[in-house]
Design a protein around this ligand. Structure first.
Ligand code: ATP
Ligand code: MG
Ligand code: MG
Ligand code: MG
Length: 439
């Protein structure tokens, strides 16, 4: 992409309404614009990051055999009356009436709708296990929408639902989801710690939230620092292997790690003192096992092996995809801007042409732009007639992991500069070598 043809409306001033770094930087870099309180338009740069995250989520869900689908944003209130949650959900639910006076709502989550789909079309235990998921916009009329996309009213969530014959099978689905989530966050370059949590309006006993430690997080968390050393890494996971998934779940949930809702001082006191940590965290996902909470009232049964109808055991699993964009920036920025991890960067490389209109710099920039593009590396080429300082500032703000600086002085010696956004380390090398380094 050539910056001269892009739509990336950079703000020079720090927007007054933004209280935290990620919100400030997303506005400044032209990633989002507020449409109304807690509701945002995603401009091209912001959308690019959102799509990268969605892609990782899709790949990791499908790796585990979970099936993608798409449910609508607008739901009928009837299903929610069946489950009993229409009244319970309260003011967070945006209620809508259509022209026929039918009660509708903008979905805050999808347990009812998916249970309805299931009960209509699945009749036998032989069709289990089944896990369906989608990535769709949700609406929750939050009391205090704030921090930009971190606590929006409209937000993008991946939500998945497992259907199993027994509690045991459903617990495997729970553990399997935990593994997929660990891998998803790791691929995004994030450390998200599973913590024992409270189930809230979804219901159920078994639940973990995934928290990214950050001073600006809204949750208070208590943990054994040993948990932060764990990582899934490149190990091979067989998602059908019940024992392996359980072992991974146990490995990650054995060290003490809880949110304030489930925190227990006495148990925490058993953690060696130097490892006892209190911090703040951003909730980027949550998994639940809630058994037959929806299948029973809604009649989602299958015929069991003995021919008798059994209500299915279910769980639901959510990832805050749009919130993750904010969380990633909270975890990866400096005073000059965003520092994207490679796996989620909207552009892998920024090319800065120090002298636009100079035959040599223009030619080398064009060649680099074409060669990197052919190698599958997405480049944002700053081809504007701007001062070098402005171009560097834009590159730093946008946060591509690498910058190639092309100037007339370097080109006299046949070299360009390759700079790491994260470390600031720069090396001078000929353009071909720079391309090789980035491949
Ligand atoms: P929170 O405690 O932050 O209100 P929640 O527990 O109500 O979140 P869940 O029902 O667990 O949310 O939804 C799954 C995920 O969706 C959350 O872990 C979070 O990452 C994301 N999410 C929830 N509410 C919002 C919101 N208002 N804006 C952006 N993301 C959200
Ligand atoms: Mg909430
Ligand atoms: Mg929560
Ligand atoms: Mg939650």
């Amino acid at each position: 992409m050539r910056l001269s043809r892009y739509f990336m409306p950079v703000l020079k001033e720090t927007p007054a309404e933004a209280q935290i770094a990620s919100h400030r930087l997303m506005l400044r870099a032209g990633m989002i614009r507020q449409a109304s309180a807690g509701i945002y338009s995603w401009l091209p740069l912001g959308l690019k990051v959102l799509r990268r995250l969605e892609q990782i989520v899709h790949e990791e869900q499908q790796r585990a055999g979970h099936l993608p689908m798409l449910m609508p944003t607008i739901q009928s209130a009837d299903l929610w009356k069946e489950s009993g949650r229409y009244e319970d959900y309260g003011k967070e639910m945006l209620r809508i009436t259509d022209r026929h006076d039918r009660d509708m709502l903008y979905g805050p989550t999808n347990e009812e709708l998916i249970t309805d789909i299931f009960r209509r079309d699945v009749g036998s235990y032989k069709q289990l296990p089944l896990t369906l998921y989608h990535i769709q916009w949700k609406f929750r009329d939050e009391v205090r929408p704030r921090f930009g996309v971190m606590r929006g009213r409209e937000f993008l969530m991946k939500d998945g639902y497992n259907f199993d014959l027994t509690k045991e099978d459903a617990m495997h689905a729970y553990n399997r989801h935990m593994v997929t989530y660990l891998r998803t966050y790791e691929r995004m370059g994030l450390k998200a710690i599973p913590m024992r949590a409270d189930s809230g309006p979804i219901g159920g006993e078994n639940t973990h939230e995934f928290l990214v430690l950050a001073d600006t997080g809204e949750s208070e968390v208590f943990y054994d620092s040993a948990v932060t050393d764990l990582s899934l890494g490149a190990r091979d996971v067989d998602y059908d292997d019940v024992d392996q998934c359980r072992a991974i779940m146990q490995e990650f949930t054995t060290p003490y790690a809880r949110t304030d809702e489930t925190h227990d001082e006495a148990t925490f006191a058993e953690v060696p003192e130097d490892r006892r940590k209190t911090a703040r965290g951003i909730e980027v996902g949550q998994i639940f096992y809630f058994g037959t909470k929806y299948s029973e009232p809604m009649g989602a049964t299958v015929q069991g092996p003995d021919g008798k109808p059994v209500p299915v055991h279910m769980g639901s699993h959510g990832i805050g995809v749009s919130r993750l964009v904010g969380a990633l920036i909270e975890a990866n920025h400096d005073e000059n801007g965003i520092i994207w991890p490679e796996s989620v960067a909207p552009y892998g490389v920024s090319i800065v042409n120090l002298k636009q209109g100079n035959t040599d710099t223009d030619r080398v920039c064009e060649e680099l732009y074409a060669t990197l593009g052919k190698a599958g590396i997405e480049v944002l080429y700053d081809d504007r007639e701007e001062r070098a300082g402005t171009k560097f500032a834009t590159a730093d703000l946008m946060g591509a992991p690498w910058r190639i600086t092309v100037g007339p002085r370097g080109l006299k010696d046949g070299v360009v500069e390759l700079t790491s956004r994260r470390t600031g380390d720069a090396q001078t090398l000929d353009p071909q070598a720079a391309v090789e380094r980035l491949k």
